[in-house]
Design a protein around this ligand. Structure first.
Ligand code: PLP
Length: 398
């Protein structure tokens, strides 16, 4: 046999492993100190009671012959798809057919899987800095070209920096597949309706497709920031929207999300066919848990967790601003993106934070070239550690 040698092309991205290893090594050699982790992109608050009850009940359903469930529909149970259409889209003025909503086991799978819908010779555009999965899945699919110092030859990078306000400029050359993630991981910034409409218009004019990752939708506060790309004119023709309950409802371990493939994209039947062949559906228990977040109690429970993280984000933001550090994000997203003082290299600042105040961050350059000179802080920790981390950072010798 011959292997898919695109796997050999993959660049090792040990960003989070390197961060963890450096943190652990420091902790081991300084047992008297406590390293505080502001690098992690995983939730920490327990699931709301309503979600737990719904999942317990689902387990009970499985224990009786009358209510037992085997395989569900590949595209997800009607009860959940219906709840998505009614609660996530109807209030935005977006009408979706239940058949356009596909329940998944999380966004991670569909970020990679959706690329199967497209020919290998499409040109791909990604934001820079970028969530690594969009690039790596296209490398595996043989769509990235060759790697050089400049990055992947067949991938167009769209820089998002303080200089352009973290608003990517339209590409100079034609691109076919555009990955957008807003509110953004890692920069914590978001696009307004007007800014996003430009991308929809570009896709309409160029016959491109936008893969819109809105994993952080629930963090949006600004009324000018759209909650779905389908709020924008023409978007149903050119956009696939990927959502996840991971960050919105604390489901990183439970696993559930969904992908919207509108019929107007011409891809809905293809995606349905793909799911029937390769995906036999998300867990009944997870889907019942997800359904519960659309109840009054469930909603209150997840919003209280989001408020908790937002309080952390506010503490981090204000602390950094008080220190005179250039600070971005943290309002419509759980991430704070700071520019390192004196143009320090991302990893140099990471080391300084670890050595001088025992706080772990994530070096921006790990997300791409344009992330150099920035680091990411996460608001997913607990209040006490977050507040202490900021107090410690105030003693940094800048
Ligand atoms: C966390 C995250 C996801 C969610 O992934 P799941 O597989 O649903 O847990 C998707 N996109 C981005 C940008 C993320 O940060």
């Amino acid at each position: 046999m011959k292997i898919n040698d695109n796997f050999l092309k993959l660049r090792d991205n040990y960003l989070f492993v390197d961060v963890m290893n450096k943190g652990n090594a420091y902790q081991a050699s300084h047992p008297e100190q406590r390293v505080l982790k502001l690098g992690v992109g995983d939730v920490t608050r327990p699931l709301p009671e309503a979600v737990i009850e719904a999942m317990h009940k689902a387990v009970t359903d499985l224990s009786h012959e009358e209510s037992f469930r085997g395989y569900g529909l590949e595209q997800g149970y009607d009860f959940l798809r219906h709840a998505v259409v009614e609660n996530d889209y109807k209030p935005l003025g977006v009408d979706l057919d239940i058949d356009e909503v596909f329940i998944s086991d999380g966004a991670g799978s569909d970020i990679g899987n959706t690329s199967e819908l497209f020919s290998p010779d499409n040109k791909v555009a990604v934001l820079d800095p970028v969530y690594p999965a969009y690039v790596d899945t296209n490398v595996i699919a043989g769509r990235a070209g060759e790697y050089t110092e400049q990055g992947w030859g067949n991938i167009v990078y769209l820089p998002c920096t303080a200089e352009n306000g973290f608003v990517p400029e339209l590409p100079q050359e034609h691109v076919d597949i555009i990955y957008l993630c807003f509110p953004n991981n890692p920069t914590g910034t978001a696009l307004t309706r007007r800014q996003l409409q430009k991308w929809v218009d570009y896709a309409l004019e160029n016959n491109s497709i936008i893969i819109f990752d809105s994993a952080y939708e629930i963090f949006i506060e600004d009324p000018d920031v759209p909650h779905s790309i389908y709020e924008l004119k023409g978007a149903k023709q050119v956009a696939i929207e990927i959502r996840s309950y991971s960050k919105t409802a604390g489901f990183t371990g439970v696993r559930c999300g969904y992908t919207v493939v509108p019929k107007q994209t011409g891809l809905q039947q293809m995606w349905y066919r793909r799911q029937c062949t390769k995906f036999n559906g998300a867990s009944y228990i997870s889907q019942r848990g997800a359904e519960a977040i659309y109840t009054k109690d469930g909603r209150a429970g997840i919003m209280s967790n989001i408020a908790y993280y937002k309080q952390n984000a506010a503490i981090i933001r204000q602390g950094l601003i008080d220190m005179g550090i250039e600070t971005y994000g943290g309002i419509n997203a759980p991430y704070i993106w700071l520019r390192t003082p004196h143009n320090m290299d991302s990893w140099a600042f990471f080391d300084k934070m670890l050595q001088e105040c025992q706080v772990l961050c994530t070096p921006g350059v790990g997300f791409g070239k344009s992330g150099q000179g920035y680091v990411r802080l996460s608001s997913f920790g607990n209040h006490e550690d977050t507040a202490e981390a900021i107090e410690r950072m105030k003693k940094l010798k800048l």
